[in-house]
Each structure stands twice: as C-alpha cells, then as structure tokens.
Design a protein around this ligand. Structure first.
Ligand code: HEM
Length: 450
C-alpha cells in the first residue's frame, strides 16, 4: 500500500536553513505536519525518513500491543548513547528486562513514599535562600532542587555544594545530545571539533563524580536500601555482579532522566499559573487550608487535589518529554501499513496533547479537565506524559509526588510574576524547556489562615 505521505524537507533546504542560521524547530514542524496531513503520515527530513503518529489508538498499538516489535530509534540511540550508555532508557531485550526488574523496587509506592520528606526538605532549603523581591530564573532553581533530590534519594549522595556545577555539566550533556539529535548534517565522529573536545571534558568530570558515588559505597559496604545498593548487590544467574561500566550507565541514565523532566513540569506549571491568577489563587487557597502554614507531607497529598490537577494540565500543554521515538525490528502492521525493519516512527506528545481532536479548548490552561469527575473524558492514550506500555517511565510516581510536594511548598510561601518583556520560547531538546529561561519576580507571602 502507498504511504500516507507527509512533508518532504530536502537536504538542500535544510542546508540552506543551516547556512542562513535558521534552527530547525521540531515543535513547529510536527504541528504543521499534523495540521496538513493528519495524525498518521510518512515524512522525509533530509536523509531521515520517519512516520509521525499522533493517533491514540495507533499509539496504543505501538507502545503496548506491539511493543516487542520496536526498539528505541537509532536517532535517539545515536544522540544520547555516547553520554548515557546502555542504561535503562536505551537497553533492549532480555538485558533491559533484567535491569528494569532490578531497578523497579526502588520505585515502588512504599519506597517512594519514604522519599517525600527529602523532597520537601530540599525545597524548603532552597526557599530559605530566596528573598522577598528576588528576580530568579525559575527553571534553573527547579533544576537545582530536583537534582539534589535525585542524588539523595537514589544514591544517598549529597551534592548541595556541587549542585550548580553538576547541573551545568548535565545541561551540557543534554545540549550535546540534542545537537546530535537535530543535526541533519552530521560532523563525522573522529573530527575533534572544539565542542566535541569540551563534551569529552564534561563527560570525564561527570564520570569522576559518579565513580566517586560508586567507589564510596563499595568501600563502605553498607546497604542503604537505595537504588545504588540494589544495583550493587544485583547478581546474574552465574552470581556475577554488574560491571562498573554498567553501573555508571544506569546511574547516569537516572541522573539525566530523573531531574530535568520534573524541573520542567514545575517550571511550566509556575509559568502557566503566573498567567492565570484565578488558578493560582485557587491553588493557594487549597494549600493554606490544608497546610495552615506548615511544610507539606506525604499525608497531605490526598487533600491537595487541585495541585495535582495543575501539574497534570501543565504536562499536557508542556510535556517535559516531548515524545518518543521507535524503530521497527520486524515487519509490523500499523494502521493498515507495514513498517519494515529499520523504519522509524515518532509520537509527538506536544502535538497530541494540543490537538482539538482529543481536547476541548486545547490551547487553554484548564486544570479542571483533570478533576476526578472529568479526567475519564480524556480519550485513552491521548494524554501520555510518561509514555505507556512496558517502556513507561519508571519514575512516574516519583515525579508526580515530587512535583506536587514542591508546588505546595512554593505556593505556600511565595507569589511569582513573570518579568515583563522577556521572550519565553519552548524549545524541544531532550526535554521541552524554555530556550531563554523563565525569569520570575518573587514576593514572599503569608498563608491566609481560615
Ligand atoms: C515529570 C517528570 C517525568 C516525565 C514527564 C518523564 C517522561 C518519560 C517518558 C515519556 C518515558 C518513556 C520514553 C520512551 O518510551 O521512549 C520515560 C522513561 C524513563 N524515565 Fe521518565 N519522566 C519523568 C521523570 C522521571 C524520573 C523522576 C525518573 C527517575 C528518577 C525517570 C526515569 C526514567 C527511566 C529510567 C526511563 C526508561 C524506562 C525504561 O525504558 O524502562 N523519569 N520517562
């Protein structure tokens, strides 16, 4: 059967765009393709050919029913593997299954609940450093907090003193990955460009840091019951432990996957609330009533439903992970077409979450659509910030709990306003982040006690 042709963007056109200094904007591109050709199309992007699939039923087929017919796409592998190696995000087959089973207990509800206090403590510590009238890049603030949380909860490592440096290093890694992802015209790997040299230095520094975590724990021999201990104790059928290289890859993967995503969910939530004062007021009323001025705890979460609705709606409009990408490993029928081995597909959450096909008033920030009564109206598989099926985000409960606790702690103590005349531009990197940051003016507030 003929392919449902979408857009052709020739190499010549991409070269011209590159020479003219235009950057390829995947968010706008995917939106345009969907508008012109619908939720299922076959596209040529210079030398890259891929299916773009934003139809919930087809997304279910790919990620659940026929998940075993697909691997992560080579586009993703080639762009991030040099940095995170063969950790959970990129491994495949039986090896992935084994590693996932090993890591899973660290993300079970009971275990995650024990992280709540740490999440609140690091947030409160950051808030204690803010002053009335401060102007801050809120996205950077969120990244520092979530990085400290992931280090402490999963690796029992305190990086408070180094958080800014580690944050910078990880940002460099993410940017380098993205550069590789978006580079239609690749520079051969062996060319030692200054940027490549810098990336190598960044990786060396990060490797040294992770090596220190592992070494310290090996030396102490202590079982702290955290993810690092679980990984260190894991044995295969022959009784062999994980190699240092594999440990390093798993730790780096969790570093990368586990902090910027949640930080982005929060940054966009704060941004949307700044533009929707009625929603912010409702959130603050809820927080004041439930917390009455004290720090939030795990037990408060069931009583803070509006906060959860805000986070979910923020992740609809600004999905921290912009989508997911796969490659067929065997001939697979999807929507009446057969994808041949090696053919790639991308699901754009940005497009699907903003489609009028599945959401009324899709551009509006309406947390109420995630109320208990209304959430079931959302078509299944149309809202997937954490993906679906066997490769669903292992950190989804962790992230939701973290974002809800952090939002409650922040909303209780501060008001925030966007600094005027700044450009807020969502940019698709490995996450969707504000290209120039989000500057907020912070004003201290006192909880209004009933
Ligand atoms: C709001 C926050 C987060 C979002 C939106 C998010 C989103 C996602 C998505 C969409 C996937 C699936 C990718 C695919 O199918 O190709 C994924 C996978 C993954 N995420 Fe998250 N994530 C978040 C937070 C976290 C956290 C906090 C952690 C760990 C601490 C984490 C660790 C992982 C890992 C290890 C995978 C790979 C799982 C596997 O393939 O077995 N994520 N995430």
């Amino acid at each position: 059967m003929n392919r449902p042709d979408g857009m052709r963007l020739s190499i010549a056109r991409i070269m011209w765009m590159t020479l003219r200094g235009f950057k390829f904007d995947p968010l706008a591109f995917f939106m345009k393709v969907d508008e012109l050709y619908g939720p299922f199309s076959y596209n040529e992007l210079g030398p890259v050919r891929m299916w773009l699939i934003n139809d919930p039923e087809l997304v279910r087929e790919i990620s659940v029913e026929k998940a075993a017919h697909f691997h992560k796409s080579r586009l993703i592998r080639e762009s991030i593997k040099p940095f995170i190696g063969n950790g959970l995000l990129l491994s495949e087959g039986d090896f992935w299954k084994r590693q996932r089973k090993l890591a899973q207990p660290a993300f079970h509800t009971r275990r995650i609940e024990s992280y709540a206090q740490t999440m609140v403590d690091f947030t409160e510590q950051a808030l204690a450093g803010w002053r009335d009238g401060d102007v801050r890049y809120i996205d950077r603030e969120m990244m520092q907090i979530t990085l400290q949380i992931v280090c402490k909860t999963l690796f029992d490592a305190n990086v408070s003193g180094e958080a800014a440096r580690v944050g910078t290093l990880l940002t460099e890694v993410l940017e380098a990955s993205n550069e590789r992802l978006n580079a239609a015209l690749r520079v051969p790997e062996w060319l030692p460009t200054p940027r490549r040299q810098r990336q190598k230095a960044v990786l060396r520094e990060l490797d040294a840091l992770i090596g220190r975590f592992i070494e310290d724990r090996r030396r102490s021999g202590e079982d702290k019951g955290d993810l690092l201990s679980m990984l260190l104790e894991a044995r295969d059928d022959n009784g062999a432990g994980m190699s240092d290289q594999q440990l390093r890859d798993e730790v780096m993967t969790l570093f990368i996957a586990g902090h910027e995503t949640t930080a982005m969910a929060l940054s966009w939530a704060l941004y949307l609330l700044a533009q929707n004062p009625a929603a912010l007021e409702k959130l603050q009323q809820e927080v004041d009533m439930v917390l009455a001025g004290r720090a939030p705890t795990l037990a408060d979460l069931p009583h803070l439903p509006y906060g959860e609705m805000v986070i979910k709606e923020a992740m609809r409009l600004y999905p921290p992970a912009p989508g997911f990408s796969r490659e067929a490993v065997e001939p697979t029928e999807i929507g009446g077409y057969t994808l041949q081995p090696g053919e790639m597909l991308t699901v754009s959450l940005w497009v699907m979450h903003r489609s009028a096909r599945y959401f009324a008033q899709p551009e509006q920030f309406l947390p109420e659509r995630f109320s208990k009564e209304r959430e079931a109206e959302i078509p299944r598989y149309a809202y997937l910030p954490f993906g679906a099926g066997p490769r669903v985000c292992i950190g989804n409960l962790f992230a939701l709990m973290e974002a809800r606790l952090m939002l409650a702690a922040i909303a209780q103590r501060y008001e925030w306003q966007l600094v005027p005349a700044q450009q807020i531009v969502p940019q698709q990197l490995i996450t969707i982040r504000p290209q120039y940051g989000i500057q907020m003016k912070l004003t201290q507030r006192q909880p209004v006690l009933a």
